[in-house]
Design a protein around this ligand. Structure first.
Ligand code: ADP
Length: 169
C-alpha cells in the first residue's frame, strides 16, 4: 500500500497482478518477504521517471505440502546494461559510477535481497534493457496450511463516538 501511494506521488501507475490460482494461505517468513519486496520496489520507484511499476505473483510449483511462488517486480525505468546485470547483486556495487550522485543509495540493497532469498532456498535474477526497464524476479518456497483451516478477514470497525471536540495530536 505504501508503495502504491509513493508511485501515485510520482505519477507512476502501480499494479499488483495475481496470475492464475494462488493458495489462499501460505506459511513463510513475512518480515523477510517484506524486506525483499521493499528493496525491489524502492529501487523500481527510484529509477523510474514515467510509466508503471507492476508486481506479479504466480505459483510455479505445488505439492500437497509446499507451494513455490514467483514474485516479479517490473518497472519502466532507466534499465541496467547487460554487462552490469550480475555485478549489481554484489555488495556496494552500482550499475554506473554516477549512480550515487544522481540517485543516492549504497549499492547494498540487492546484495541483501539476494542473501535473504538464497537463505530461504530461493533464487533471484534480473532481466533488463537500458532505456526500457527492468524486471527483478525471485521465487520462494512456502509451506501450505491445512485446507481445513479457514481464516476470515475481519474488517476493523472505526468508532469515533466520544471523540467529538477533543484535541488529538
Ligand atoms: P542502491 O539502490 O542503494 O544503489 P542496490 O543494491 O539496491 O543499491 O542496487 C544496485 C544498483 O543496481 C543500483 O545502484 C542501480 O545501479 C541498479 N539497479 C537496481 N535496481 C534497479 C532498477 N529497478 N532500475 C535500474 N537500475 C537498478
Amino acid at each position: 500500500r505504501s508503495y502504491s501511494f509513493r508511485s501515485k506521488a510520482k505519477n507512476l501507475d502501480f499494479d499488483i497482478k495475481k496470475e492464475g490460482k494462488l493458495p489462499i494461505n501460505v506459511i513463510g517468513d513475512q518480515i523477510r518477504l517484506n524486506q525483499i519486496l521493499s528493496n525491489l520496489l524502492s529501487n523500481a520507484l527510484k529509477f523510474t521517471k514515467q510509466g508503471c511499476i507492476t508486481v506479479t505473483i504466480q505459483e510455479i510449483e505445488r505439492n500437497n505440502k509446499q507451494s513455490k511462488l514467483e514474485f516479479a517486480v517490473k518497472d519502466t525505468g532507466i534499465g541496467i546494461p547487460p554487462e552490469k546485470q550480475s555485478a549489481i547483486f554484489e555488495n556496494y556495487t552500482q550499475a554506473s559510477s554516477d549512480t550515487t550522485r544522481r540517485y543516492g543509495g549504497t549499492g547494498l540493497g540487492l546484495a541483501i535481497c539476494k542473501r535473504l532469498v538464497e537463505l530461504q532456498g530461493g533464487s533471484i535474477s534480473v532481466e533488463s534493457e537500458p532505456g526500457t526497464g527492468s524486471t527483478f524476479r525471485f521465487s520462494l518456497l512456502f509451506g501450505l496450511s491445512d485446507d481445513n483451516v479457514k481464516t476470515e478477514d475481519i474488517q476493523a470497525v472505526e468508532i469515533f463516538t466520544g471523540l467529538e471536540g477533543k484535541k488529538i495530536l
